[in-house]
Design a binder for this molecule. Structure first.
Ligand code: ADQ
Length: 512
C-alpha cells in the first residue's frame, strides 16, 4: 500500500530542524518530534479572512516545542508576493480535472515551515482566498480546494518528492477537507484529524463535479460526501477523517443539535457515539500583551489605566468620534449574518441616545457594509465605520474601547472576545458556542441568552450601568485581562489526540 512505501522511504528521513545524529539511540528515536502536516486555506502571516488565519498561524507555533508542525496552504497571489523566499521542493501530478502543481517551501522568520501549493492557474489571482474582488465565490473553488486536499494526500503518501513525510495530517475547515478523503481513497494509514472552525461553510458543489474531482463512485453516495443531492466537502472531512474536533466544548455539543447542526447533526451524533468528536478550545498567542504590543499608542496594565485612555483618544480620532465620558463600544468583525451585525444596527440608535459611541471595523456582505456606512452617516461624531480591515487598527480598538459588541447567532469559539478581554475591553455577547465557554457573565464580560434585540439591549444596559461605576468597571477589566486564554491550554489536548491516533494506527486499529 502507498503508505507502506512511504514509511520505508521516509522513516529515516531527516527533518530540516531536527537532524538525526549518527549516534542516535532508540531512546532518542522515541524523543523525535512527531511530524504533523497542518492543512489550511489561511495563515495570518500571509493571508487572513478571519479567525482561521489566526489559528493557523498560532496553533502550529504553539505545538512546535514538542512537534514538527508544518503548514500547507495554497499559493495565492498574496503568498507568492509576500517577499519570503520560496524553494521548489516537490510536485503533485494532475488528477482528473485537477491540474499538476508544484510544492514550494517557505521558512518564515521565526522558523515556521510553510509548504505552498503553487498552481498559478488556480491561485495567482486578485481577491480573497474564496472570492473575487466583488465578493463572488470563485466558480472553480471545488477544483482549487480539491487540489489542496490532493496535495496533502500526495505529501502524506510520500509521492510529492519531499524529504519529509507527516505522521499525522490535520485538515482545517471545508477547503482542506478533501485531504483525509483522498488519503482514505488511496488506502493511506496516516491518521487524520479534521477541525471544524465553522460548520456553516460547507463547500457544496454539484454531484456532476464528481468526475472533475476524480472521486470514486462510493464518494457520491449517502455514506460518502453526498449531502442532499450535492457534494459536500465538509461532510467528506467528517466521513473520512479519524477524528473530528471543533474549537470549543460548547460548540461541540451544539453541533449535534438541529439548531446548530446545519443538517449534519445526525452524522455528528454518530461521531460522538464512536468517541470521534471533541471540542478543543482556541487560544490566543502572547503577542496579545497590553503592556508591550507595538501596535498600541500606549501600553497599559491593571495598575495603570492611563495608557488605555490614550488608546481611547486614538480610536476617537481614527473614527472622527466626539470625545466624551460615555462608553465606547467596538465592533471588530467580519460583517456577516453569523455575527449578528444587523442586531447591532437595530440597537445602535438606543446606544447613541443613552450616551454611547460606536466604532466599527470590518468587511463582508455588501448590504451590511452599506448599512454600517449609513449608520455612521446618520450619527456623525457618535458612530464611526471603517469598512475594511487592518490588524493595527483592530488592536487599538480592542485596547481603546470599553466594550466589544459580539451578538453572534452562533460562534464556534470566537477569538475577538478573547482579544478584547486581554486588552481590558469587556465583551457583550450571546451565550452561544465558545462565547459561553470564555465569558463569565458579570465577571469578565456580559452574556445574553436570546438572539433578540431586547435581550441584547438589556445586556448592553447592564454594561452601561457598570461603566458609570469606575471601581466595578476596573475590577471587571482586571478579571478579563487575567483570563487564562493562551494556546498552552489547547496544546496538550491536541498532542494527546495525535498520540491516541498514532497508537491506534500502530496497533492496526485505524478508526475509519
Ligand atoms: N473583515 C475582516 N478581515 C480580516 N480579519 C478580520 C475581519 N474582521 C475581523 N477580523 C479578524 O478575524 C478574527 C476574528 O476571529 P473570530 O474567531 O472571532 O471569528 P471568525 O468568524 O472569523 O472565525 C471562525 O474561526 C475561528 C477560529 O477557529 C473561530 O474562533 C470562530 O468562532 C469562527 O467563526 C480576529 O482576528 C479579527 O480581528
Amino acid at each position: 500500500m502507498g503508505n507502506a512505501v512511504a514509511a520505508t522511504r521516509f522513516d529515516q528521513s531527516v527533518s530540516v530542524e531536527t537532524p538525526l545524529k549518527p549516534h542516535n539511540t532508540i531512546t532518542n528515536l522515541h524523543a523525535i518530534k512527531k511530524k504533523i502536516l497542518f492543512v489550511s486555506p489561511e495563515l495570518a502571516d500571509l493571508i487572513k479572512v478571519g479567525g482561521l488565519g489566526d489559528v493557523s498561524a498560532s496553533l502550529p507555533r504553539a505545538m512546535n516545542a514538542d512537534h514538527d508542525v508544518r503548514v500547507l496552504i495554497p499559493g495565492y497571489r498574496q503568498v507568492l508576493q509576500s517577499g519570503h523566499a520560496i524553494r521548489d521542493v516537490g510536485s503533485v501530478p494532475g488528477h482528473a480535472a485537477l491540474p499538476p502543481a508544484r510544492i514550494g517551501c517557505m521558512t518564515l522568520p521565526d522558523g515556521l515551515i510553510v509548504y505552498v501549493l503553487i498552481c498559478p492557474e488556480l491561485f495567482d489571482r486578485d481577491g480573497t482566498p474564496y472570492a473575487d474582488a466583488h465578493g463572488r465565490d470563485w466558480q472553480d473553488n471545488h477544483i482549487r480546494f480539491a487540489s489542496l486536499g490532493l496535495a496533502a494526500a500526495e505529501i502524506a503518501a510520500g509521492t510529492a518528492c519531499l524529504s519529509w513525510c507527516p505522521e499525522v495530517v490535520h485538515a482545517n475547515d471545508w477547503p482542506a477537507a478533501l485531504a483525509p478523503a483522498y488519503m482514505s481513497w488511496r488506502g493511506l494509514q496516516t491518521p487524520t484529524v479534521f477541525t471544524i472552525h465553522n460548520l456553516a461553510y460547507q463547500g457544496l458543489c454539484s454531484l456532476e463535479c464528481s468526475p472533475e474531482l476524480g472521486l470514486p463512485s462510493s464518494a457520491c453516495g449517502h455514506q460518502g460526501m453526498e449531502f442532499y443531492g450535492r457534494l459536500s466537502f465538509l461532510k467528506a472531512g467528517l466521513v473520512y477523517s479519524d477524528h473530528v474536533t471543533t474549537v470549543s466544548a460548547n460548540y461541540a455539543r451544539e453541533i449535534t443539535t438541529q439548531e446548530f447542526g446545519c443538517g449534519l447533526e445526525g452524522m455528528l451524533q454518530f461521531k460522538v457515539r464512536l468517541n470521534q468528536l471533541s471540542g478543543i478550545p482556541n487560544g490566543i498567542d502572547d503577542s496579545w500583551d497590553s503592556v508591550n504590543d507595538p501596535h498600541l499608542v500606549q501600553g497599559f496594565d491593571v495598575h495603570d489605566w492611563e495608557g488605555k485612555r490614550a488608546n481611547t483618544r486614538h480610536v476617537e480620532q481614527m473614527f472622527g468620534l466626539e470625545q466624551s465620558d460615555g462608553p465606547l463600544f467596538a465592533v471588530v468583525s467580519r460583517l456577516v449574518q453569523q455575527k449578528g451585525i444587523d442586531m447591532t444596527l437595530e440597537i445602535a440608535d438606543a446606544i447613541v441616545a443613552e450616551g454611547g459611541r460606536i466604532a466599527i471595523i470590518g468587511r463582508g456582505e455588501e448590504h451590511l457594509e452599506e448599512a454600517v456606512r449609513e449608520l455612521a452617516r446618520r450619527h456623525p461624531g457618535k458612530v464611526g465605520a471603517n469598512v475594511g480591515f487592518n490588524e493595527a487598527d483592530a488592536r487599538c480598538m480592542f485596547a481603546g474601547s470599553d466594550f466589544l459588541l459580539m451578538p453572534s447567532r452562533f460562534e464556534p469559539c470566537g477569538l475577538s472576545q478573547m482579544y478584547a478581554q486581554r486588552f481590558g475591553s469587556l465583551p457583550i455577547a450571546r451565550a452561544t458556542g465558545g462565547l459561553k465557554d470564555t465569558i463569565e457573565d458579570g465577571v469578565n464580560g456580559f452574556l445574553f441568552n436570546e438572539s433578540s434585540t431586547e435581550s441584547y439591549l438589556a445586556a448592553v444596559r447592564r454594561a452601561m450601568a457598570i461603566h458609570r461605576n469606575p471601581e466595578l468597571l476596573n475590577a471587571m477589566r482586571a478579571h478579563a485581562m487575567a483570563a487564562p486564554l493562551y494556546w498552552k491550554q489547547s496544546v496538550e489536548p491536541y498532542a494527546a489526540l495525535y498520540r491516541k491516533l498514532l497508537a491506534a494506527q500502530k496497533s492496526g486499529g485505524k478508526l475509519v
